[in-house]
Write a protein that binds this ligand. Sequence first.
Ligand SMILES: *Cc1c(COP(=O)(O)O)cnc(C)c1O
Length: 384
Amino acid sequence: MARTKSPETIAAANGIGLDQGHGAVTPPIYLSSTFAFAGFKQAREYDYSRTANPTRSLLADTLAKLEGGAGAAVVASGMAAVDLVLATLAPESFVIAPHDCYSGTQRLLAARAAKRQFDVLFVDQSNQTAFGDALDRRPALVLIETPSNPVMRIIDIRAVAVRAKAAGAKVAVDNTFLSPALQRPISLGADFVIHSTTKYLNGHSDAVGGAVIASDPADAEQLAFWSNATGVCGSPFDAYLTLRGLRTLFPRMAYQERTAACIVAYLERHPKVAAVHYPGLGSHPGHEIARAQQTGFGAMLGFELAGGVDDVRRFVEAVEGFTLAESLGGIESLIAHPATMTHASMSEEARRVAGISDSLLRLSVGLENAEDLLAGLEVGFSAL
Ligand SMILES: *Cc1c(COP(=O)(O)O)cnc(C)c1O
């Protein structure tokens, strides 16, 4: 029997060496919008690139294999991926979303709900009573994000999925923060996996994109139908870049996680740091669940300065090696101040409930040398 390929091999080699035309080792990029019919009434596998395109299909196939799904749709952004899942909802549907979900997801859900396209409730899914009450309303969809942004709260995917399914809901997990290298939600009971491929999957901060992977073939067909019907598909060029980035997903993740652990250890000891949020820490409230459902703790972390907002300004102005920017998951290290950047559109009260203090900073750890990054952080601390 043929050996099942390991995920590392799929990421590195899916589609390699299959070119029939010239024996190209790297799969060629197909930018053509349209494809010739072989003859009258003889459409080939591809006819028009909105519907399907060979370069985009290879990325979709690779992602479906990595996540263990039946099929995938590759779309123009992570937000388009969330919206594609919403497009599959029947009229009058009720959706449960995390109370601390990605701000763009919160905005999309609230804006569509305001147009009565469905009802949405934002719930702390680790609060069993609140979640149980929400499930009594028979949701069609439960959306999970774990780890959450930016305090890295962990949700038990298997436990939430069991309860959601018993209530008749489908389960979608936004897996952007970990990627299939560290977490495979379908194996834990999810029906859909959502990605902003902009982040770890592409990993080079040079393309915006998204994907949805479906566990069930009928759901995968629905995704393909809606992607074609709405025209939200990703461009072949972006798919090519993303596939190129995806080839090194596993070694990038392993290296970035190792460096993140060094930084966490340094921050934990630092007298000017009041708290560190990283699921790899034994003291993190989600540590045990993260250990059970993830194969690594990732390279995203949050930490709080002991001083106030003035210290935050001094720190981000002085720190070296980390660029002050939104987004995450690239080869370059970034620092963000959620209260004034990624989460600025939230009310102060909503930020407080989500645990986002004004002195919280978020790091996305890249591929630079760990000692260089530690030295750069120390420059920031010496300015306080
Ligand atoms: C960035 C992000 C999104 C949105 O993705 P875009 O590619 O920016 O549209 C959705 N969910 C999470 C968790 C994200 O980090």
